[in-house]
Design a protein. Structure first.
Length: 228
């Protein structure tokens, strides 16, 4: 008879939390990439790799990861005020309407899953969780006792996979091109997590002008298949 240890279960829980089959609608968003392709900013495999690497190394590492850490720690300390502060900081850092709406939509979808997973929380915490996806992700990761380092690695992987698949469909590229991009980026994740989780409060934050411009123009793009 095989027994699932706590560490194995935590790993499996992380795989569940970042699975593309999770009904959050993550596949519906390109975060401005669709317009970047439309305007020939991103034309081929090399361009998609550069676009993806740049966002991983900048905004994901210097904004999302340190905020994930602080949201997670707020859950550990049961500090709702701090949890709310960093959640609103994240929402305010999303530079366009589409990016903010994506966060809210995915957050509400994740919040709706909590009862299915028998994760209990009171109304005040639930209201904050519905602000953005990162808040809910941190809350669930803490509840399932997924370590912050593993949660950060899973978060980057999930974002990377969704962005690469979006690029492969939009440009379009072959599946092997997508796999090469994933392989090139995944090797960077451990170092990026180490950097992101070592940022001080004063070092949190980053602007991504190209993504912000692409996301803004995507709002009025004539033909599109993605919501952002």
């Amino acid at each position: 008879m095989h027994t699932i240890t706590d560490s194995n279960l935590n790993r499996l829980r992380l795989m569940h939390l970042v699975s593309p089959s999770l009904p959050l609608g993550s596949f519906a968003y390109s975060q401005g990439l669709e317009w970047a392709v439309e305007d020939n900013w991103v034309k081929d495999e090399a361009d998609l790799l550069q676009w993806t690497e740049n966002l991983l190394q900048t905004s994901l590492t210097h904004l999302d990861l340190p905020l994930l850490q602080r949201l997670y720690e707020s859950c550990e300390k049961k500090d709702l005020e701090r949890f709310n502060y960093w959640s609103r900081y994240l929402s305010a850092s999303r530079e366009t309407r589409e990016l903010r709406e994506e966060e809210t939509s995915r957050a509400r979808a994740l919040a709706a899953l909590l009862p299915q997973w028998e994760i209990q929380t009171d109304a005040a915490w639930l209201d904050v969780i519905k602000n953005n996806h990162l808040s809910g992700y941190a809350f669930v990761a803490h509840h399932w006792q997924i370590g912050i380092k593993q949660a950060a690695e899973g978060y980057l992987w999930s974002w990377l996979e969704n962005m690469t698949l979006a690029g492969v469909k939009i440009i379009p590229l072959g599946q092997m091109a997508g796999q090469r991009i994933l392989q090139a980026c995944i090797e960077q994740i451990p170092a990026l997590v180490k950097t992101g989780l070592s940022r001080s409060d004063e070092e949190i934050g980053l602007s991504s002008p190209a993504q912000a411009i692409a996301s803004s123009l995507h709002e009025t793009q004539y033909t599109r298949i993605y919501r952002s």
